[in-house]
Design a protein around this ligand. Structure first.
Ligand code: FES
Length: 240
């Protein structure tokens, strides 16, 4: 990068000079410039969570999360390298075996960011031994189903319920491998929370945990969000 471009407020992503705005993370600036950096727990509406590490890049040679690292003039960022994509694929494989992700039978198939990212990174199998955890399904609510088997702990539902819906229906419980989503009701069931079908939290889940009932296949397989266009192409073609 030339000193002029650094002074103009640009950083380099995979050798290309990108502008950024004050307060941008590397991932925000890259997304605005329609450059795809793989990510799961980051959302343009709710900002960084920094937990999945799929967005890991090299910043001036040091490893960091693109969603939490501030963009700064003159930074040299590497994202699309064989080494980083291999690490991302390994993280994805760990996420897949840690939960129960059976894409062919999941009604979120084709609309799932985890699945789309796995396709994007060429993940062909789980590689690691499956955990097959015993997790419940909560079908208590009239309009919404919760399938905890697919949770990737991104906390987007926690943020959406708190910040947009003002309800705090969801929170995280447990620690380490036992970390899991919990519900804000005495029974621990969704039906006893204030959750409603129209809540922002009801449609924020990037995977198949929070599902509206009776709509599973209204949009047929083959016509879903990622069926016609990859996750990278959707960033490169315009805002999400
Ligand atoms: Fe950056 Fe998940 S998107 S850590």
């Amino acid at each position: 990068m030339t000193p002029d471009l650094a002074a103009a407020g640009c950083f380099s992503l995979d050798g290309e000079d990108l502008p950024f705005q004050p307060g941008d993370s590397i991932l925000q600036a890259a997304t605005r410039a329609k450059r795809y950096i793989p990510h799961l727990c980051w959302h343009p509406e709710f900002g960084a969570h920094g937990s999945c590490r799929i967005c890991t890049v090299k910043v001036n040679g040091r490893v960091g999360a693109a969603c939490t690292t501030p963009a700064a003039a003159g930074l040299e960022v590497q994202s699309h390298t064989a080494e980083l994509d291999k690490q991302r694929k390994t993280l994805l494989q760990m996420l897949f075996v840690e939960g129960n992700h059976f894409c062919p039978s999941c009604e979120k198939s084709g609309n799932c960011l985890l699945q789309a990212t796995a396709y994007q990174l060429g993940m062909e199998g789980p590689h690691f031994e499956e955990f097959y955890p015993d997790r419940p399904v909560d079908a208590s609510h009239m309009d919404l189903l919760l399938d905890f088997n697919r949770c990737i702990l991104c906390e987007l539902c926690v943020k959406a319920s708190h910040k947009v819906d003002g309800k705090d229906v969801f929170a995280m419980g447990g620690r380490g491998l036992d970390t899991h989503l919990v519900l804000n009701s005495a029974s621990g069931k969704l039906v006893d929370t204030a959750m409603a079908l129209g809540d922002r939290a009801a449609d924020i889940c990037p995977v198949g945990v929070i599902l509206p009932k009776r709509r599973g296949f209204v949009i047929p397989i083959g016509q879903r969000r990622f069926d016609g266009q990859s996750v990278a192409e959707q960033v490169e073609d315009g805002p999400k």
